[in-house]
Design a protein around this ligand. Sequence first.
Ligand code: PLP
Length: 438
Amino acid sequence: MFFTDPARAHPLIQRGDGVYLYDVAGKRYIDGTAGIAVVNVGHGRAEVAQAMKEQAESVAYAAPNIFSNIPAEGLASRLGQLTPGDLKYFHFVSGGSEAVEVAMKLARQYFYDQGYLDRHVVLSRKISYHGATMGALSISGYEGRTRKFKPMLLEYPKVEPCYCYRCPFGLEYPGCGVKCAHDLDTVIREVGPGRVSAFIAEPVVGAAGGALVPPPEYFPLIREICNRWGILFIADEVMTGFGRTGKYFAVEHWDAVPDMMTVAKGLSSGYSPMGAVMMGQKLASAFQENPFEHVLTFGAHPVGAAAASAVLGIMERENLASRAASVGGHLLAELERLLENPMVGDVRGLGLMAGIELVQDKARRTPFPKDLKVSQRLSRACLDRGLTIYPGSGTAGGAGDHFILCPPLIMKESEASDVVDILEDATLNVYQEVSSLL
Ligand code: PLP
């Protein structure tokens, strides 16, 4: 196999059960990241496998540009009961990056068909991750992942992030008046409103920011600004969707229904690649006369749709969104223990999406030198101890280390406490190691 980082050991996983993964040597790992915020219903769910088997036996594939299929129709009806506002139209794809690409193209064609030929710019934020493909990467504010590909990417401007721990304006909430939200208005005026089609944001920033939760006014203000300029608001719920933050969709924490929502990961809990773009009546009906110029071979995949429906059945039966809220509260409270460690600068999050920022000097919030790769070191130390975490970097002017925890939503409180026990030991170990290098 070709690994993105061949120098790193990749333990060979043999099976999964609940919040645990086991490698071929029998070593057990707590899946503190549910893969990459994917396996919300946990590993080893036989009923999902059974639904996929039955679907594959009946019909595994039907071209999405010619046919509809029963599981995709069923999934759309099921999702329609869960989505906020009028987001009742679903276009199924096979992952998060694809969902984002499709949303960008939908926004473009929506305006193009109305004669607004210049409206193609998709605005996003300076700390964000929207995917690995060229369009999605272009609108991602994640220097570590974009740097080497810059000449190939779209040069769309970016808005300041909503990042209270390192406020880009040097202000403090609530005195700041949520200036970061108003920055969208500033950037729209700079770019020219006649050129902007959409603004995309993760309701809680995941990989790029380490669970950045906005204050309550932020998204209602964003909604208002988008309305003011007639710009589409896309909520990228690829990581936050399907119960992760304690509600089915994170935007439900605030009064701000988007025009489109992109989802993937938890939709099928990783039992099959699956994603979707969700949209409201205004957009869906605009494409009645001018079909969307787009096709993906694996769109609306019957087996993926069957898996997703089975996953949603489990989520509803086991009330996993509210579980994420309660166990997430316990996890966040337990994580406060880490603040005893001199390199743990901030603990934050919502539901079962927690972020921890690692700093060299807590009082000044000074980041570690980039070369020390502190979050990567911690990730390795955790893996050695049987825990996965999701490391990230670059939020402090290129430097800055953080990691997120986003375990399966079925996690028990005792398992969340085990996660923190391992983390306490690993962070102490890494702190001692990097202190000797400074
Ligand atoms: N959007 C967000 C918010 C994500 O977190 C990710 C992946 O982590 C993506 C998009 C891209 O999804 P995928 O890796 O399934 O293409």
